[in-house]
Each structure stands twice: as C-alpha cells, then as structure tokens.
Design a protein. Structure first.
Lengths: 118, 115
C-alpha cells in the first residue's frame, strides 16, 4: 500500500518568515495530494490540494509543488502569521477505488507541528 | 456549503455501555468515512461507505459497527469499548465539489472517553 513520509515533525519560524514542509510518497499511481491544517481541538481543514497533472498550485500565501518523478510534494507558506500555527498533514490518494470508483482512500503523513513566533 | 456535522461533540462511556455517534452531510456526497485520531497522530481510516454500501473495513474490531441509513447519514455504533478506544472520531465525506470529487471534508469530530 501507499506510504507517506513527512518532514519535519516540528517547525518553528518567526512571524513573516517562510515555512516549508516536505512529503514523499511510495505509490507512483497516486494522483491526488491534499494538505490539511488542524488546529488544537479542531477538525482537519483542507487548505490546498494538487493533482498529478499539475506541478505547482498557489493560493495567496500558500503554495504546493509536486515532483512526480521524485515522488515528493511540498507545502510552502510565505509571510507566516501566528494564526498559521497548527499541525499540518499531507496526504496521498491512489487511483479511483471502491466498488463504484467514488470513494478515495487517503494515506496521511505523520504531521508537522508549525509554531509561528512573534 | 462544505459542512459535515457530527453529534455528540463529547462522549464519556463505560466499557459496558452502548452508544452511537452520528454524522450528517448535505453536499450530495456519495462517499462517507469514519476515522479515528489519537493525540498527535494523523487520522486513521476505519470504514468507508460508497453509495450507502460498506466498501472498506480496515480490520476494525467488531465492537465498532458502522451504519449508513441513507446517503446523508452515517452512524457508528459502539459497544463494549476499551479504554484504548478513547480518541477523536472524525467523519468525512467526499463527492462533487469545487475542489473535485475526491476531496474529503471532515466533520468537527466526537471526542470519546472510555472509562
């Protein structure tokens, strides 16, 4: 099955600096890579995602890059703010799955605790 | 609207109790999921329903029993749980949306404590 590794496990940056979180995956058939942000006691919230036919995607201060050949993808947060402090999970999804092809099995990375200090 | 709701928010139960967790979505999604999340760990998939049929059971003990009464509702029935089952139980759904059919949206979770 799919295996997703995520680094670093903790990351501390000063407000205004950039933060980069990296993930690698094992299954070359994986084709969808979401990133979730989870604040303490809250639900995981999708912040950005990328499909295997795209190399980079940006949404304001957040960007994700994908290198299919190397099987790794990264989250980049620029101009970090204290409210960016949270745990970030990357995930990978294999090809359509389930009897009707509608369900998607996500394999999550182990998470990165980002702390943005003033 | 990308909201998945769950009840109750918190639940304390003894090892001999029977309780149920409930999840609801009105996004027209046809896949729904139960995850278990322990502190400082990623969500761990338990069950997947696709078109109201159980598609995947990730070798979950029988003391957890899922049910999908209709396309909007998902239940998780709990019986004879162990203290190590204490965790945050998350429901998610996926289907058509602005982000695509495979995007999973999570509910707020039920924080379960088994005494």
């Amino acid at each position: 099955g799919e295996n997703v590794e995520q680094h670093p496990s903790t990351l501390s940056v000063q407000e205004g600096d950039s933060a980069v979180i990296k993930c690698t995956y094992s299954d070359s058939a994986s084709n969808y890579f979401p990133w979730y942000k989870q604040e303490l006691g809250k639900r995981p919230q999708l912040i950005i995602d990328i499909r295997s036919n795209v190399g980079e995607k940006k949404d304001q201060r957040i960007a994700v890059t994908l290198n299919k050949t190397a099987k790794h993808f990264s989250l980049h947060i620029t101009e970090t703010q204290p409210e960016d402090s949270a745990v970030y999970f990357c995930a990978a999804k294999g090809p359509k799955w389930g009897p009707t092809g509608t369900a998607s099995k996500l394999t999550f990375g182990t998470g990165t605790r980002l702390q943005v200090t003033l | 609207d990308t909201e998945v709701t769950q009840t109750p928010k918190h639940l304390v139960m003894g090892m001999t109790n029977k309780k149920s967790l409930k999840c609801e979505q009105h996004m027209g999604h046809r896949a729904m999921y139960w995850y278990k999340q322990k502190a400082k760990k990623p969500p761990e998939l338990m069950f997947v329903y696709s078109y109201e049929k159980l598609s995947i059971n990730e070798s979950v003990p029988s003391r957890f029993s899922p049910e999908c009464p209709n396309s909007s509702l998902l239940n998780l029935h709990l019986h004879a749980l162990q203290p190590e089952d204490s965790a945050l139980y998350l429901c998610a759904s996926s289907g058509r949306g602005t982000s695509g059919r495979e995007t999973q949206y999570f509910g707020p979770g039920t924080r379960l404590l088994v005494l």
